[in-house]
Design a protein around this ligand. Structure first.
Ligand code: NAP
Length: 553
């Protein structure tokens, strides 16, 4: 069937009862790219809409110096094509952003996916038409289109949030969120640069900026626990060895809670002697990647005392690396233990504070009060800057959904339903919002992103086929199934120290009303990848239990 591009749909709807598309995927990042590949292979009329000028999602946007993933590159690639796995050479253990973006473009070109994508298309609103069982989408330039299904691939951290300091617009130099790092290279050589925030993003960019800036001032409100990434190049020989064990790599990722090759140490913390615990930690500290977090004892995540002992160990490592003891103490978190927030991995982050051109300002003690045309003022000092980088986090999980007016059955808005946090069935759909599927949406297992994205696509696609084969025009999650899932999601937070975290994972963000600390939003499924995958499988093999289907008369 001939495909219609966006815009041609206008005026066609009265005469043509068929929607313009069978499936519209929103977002051309890691998840959206794989989703359109599967739909294309099945010959389903589908298109991807993306607000950006090109594909890549998070890897299109995050271009700050030092941006790279903390997943081993060879666990981050798609697993669906043996040919692709054979062809692609990752050059570093943890690929930098330009390489990942190149990879995603390579995938799109190899499988001719680009022609199924439309860029510069920001979806402003979506209204479900109960008569025709279709969604009507409106874009920010007022174009409209209709589709039977919408699959969202919006990303978890795609809506950056800025602080609400007085005078931010008055700054005469360059200022931007790290997510919006200029695409044209910005010359920081000799410049006076401020970085606000010390999350995983800032921890990557600070050492890089420090190398070139004349002076770098880091404004830290709360320190974050961080551990070495231990990155290294991947040689041809190593890549050949990796290719030889891809089956094993992906099988391990499927088996582990986080979708990595890292498996927790199943020995009991208290049954291992303090000396042996220390030996394990010394080894993990020097190993690449998330091993320090995910190969550790399970008690670290649930037992205050075990967590405190390990946090003390990491504090000791920070003290060894930072020359000035007062600065070292400032860099050691006191309000939370290691690993209950997402652990940033770093390369020379702590050593950066030994440099003469770097200053750490404690924004908890002396908060920023305003931005001025030439810099900013804290409660006790004024600073002059050429560049201010806001590395201040994201409106996580639900933020990208909230930016679209999504109207379901009975005129209900999704953002109203989710005002106190997401409510979903299996993290894939929402009762009252039929024919809407989410890839890597809220309340899915928090895993190595592509592993979770592939799982989601591999579940969503057969569901669409199932409906097509039976001539169903509408699905909706049952309210009771959704309520049971929510209870289960909440249950999985119990006992985990992370439930107390002041973090984007629990929905905390000081820059958004309603996201204050203590108002926990149940954003993730804490049961781990395998348990989550098993649940999806059970539901599918049980004739999509908890989902109601109907055929339009
Ligand atoms: P983040 O972890 O939410 O950190 C935001 C930082 O900004 C925090 O230090 C926060 O301080 C500070 N901040 C926010 N508002 C502020 C304000 N008004 N005044 C002063 N300070 C303020 O955000 P992120 O660093 O962008 O990281 C988010 C997530 O992205 C990571 O956890 C990770 O999952 C992902 N990420 C992944 C990679 C990778 O794969 N390698 C790299 C980067 C990021 P408080 O702590 O006091 O709120």
């Amino acid at each position: 069937m001939a495909k219609k591009t966006l815009g041609i749909a206008e005026g066609c709807q009265q005469t043509n009862p068929q929607p313009d598309w069978e499936v519209v995927v929103i977002g051309a990042g890691v998840a959206g790219i794989y989703q359109i590949k599967r739909l294309k292979d099945l010959g389903i009329r589908a298109t991807v809409l993306d607000a950006n000028g090109d594909l890549g999602g998070t890897w299109y946007n995050n271009r700050y110096p030092g941006a790279r993933f903390d997943s081993e590159s060879f666990t981050y690639g798609y697993s669906f094509s043996a040919e692709l796995l054979d062809e692609w050479h990752w050059t570093e253990q943890f690929s930098p952003q330009p390489e990942t973006l190149r990879y995603l473009n390579y995938v799109a070109d190899k499988f001719s996916l680009r022609e199924h994508m439309q860029f510069g298309c920001r979806v402003d609103s979506m209204v479900f038409d109960e008569e025709t069982d279709t969604w009507k989408l409106r874009l920010d330039d007022n174009r409209e289109l209709t589709t039977r299904f919408v699959v969202t691939a919006l990303g978890v951290l795609s809506i950056p949030t800025l602080p609400r300091f007085e005078g931010m617009d008055s700054f005469s130099g360059a200022s931007f969120h790290s997510f919006d790092w200029p695409h044209e290279p910005i010359d920081l050589a000799g410049k006076r640069v401020a970085v606000i925030g010390t999350g995983a993003t800032a921890i990557q960019l600070i050492p890089e900026v420090a190398k070139v800036a004349g002076r770098l001032t880091v404004f830290q409100r709360r320190p974050n626990w961080a551990a070495p990434l231990n990155n290294a190049p991947i040689s041809e020989t190593e890549m050949t060895a990796i290719r030889g064990r891809y089956d094993e790599i992906f099988a391990t990722c499927e088996r582990t809670p986080g979708g990595f090759e890292h498996e927790p140490d199943r020995r009991h913390f208290y049954e291992v002697s303090p000396e042996d615990r220390r030996r394990l930690w010394d080894r993990l500290y020097d190993e690449p990647g998330f091993g320090i977090w995910l190969r550790n004892f399970v008690e670290i995540f649930v037992d205050e005392q075990a967590n405190a002992e390990f946090s003390d160990y990491i504090a000791g490592r920070i003290r060894e690396r930072v020359n000035n003891p007062d600065i070292a103490e400032k860099l050691i978190p006191k309000d939370h233990g290691f690993g209950i927030q997402r652990v940033p991995l770093e390369t020379n982050y702590f050593e950066t504070y030994n440099r003469d051109n770097v200053e750490l300002v404690d924004s908890e003690q002396t908060p920023i009060v305003r931005v001025t045309p030439t810099g900013l003022e804290t409660t006790d000092r004024s600073f002059e800057f050429d560049v201010i980088v806001y590395s201040t986090g994201f409106d996580s999980f639900t933020g990208a959904f909230d930016r679209i007016d999504i109207t379901g059955i009975g005129g209900r808005q999704l953002r109203d339903k989710w005002a106190d946090g997401p409510v979903t069935y299996l993290g894939t759909m929402v009762h009252g919002f039929p024919n809407l599927l989410m890839l890597a949406g809220p309340q899915t297992a928090a895993t190595n992103f592509p592993r979770g994205a592939e799982l989601a696509v591999n579940w969503v696609t057969p569901l669409l086929q199932y409906m097509q084969e039976r001539g169903y025009s509408r699905f909706d999650a049952e309210e009771s199934a959704e309520a049971t899932w929510l209870e289960h999601v909440k249950e999985m937070y119990k006992g985990l120290l992370l439930r107390k975290a002041k973090s984007w994972i629990t929905g905390y963000n000081s820059n958004i009303d309603g996201h204050e600390y203590g108002k926990t939003r149940y954003n993730i499924y804490n049961g781990g990848g395998p348990k989550y995958a098993e649940r999806l499988k059970q539901v599918a093999s049980n004739d999509y239990q908890g989902i109601r289907f109907r055929t339009r008369l």
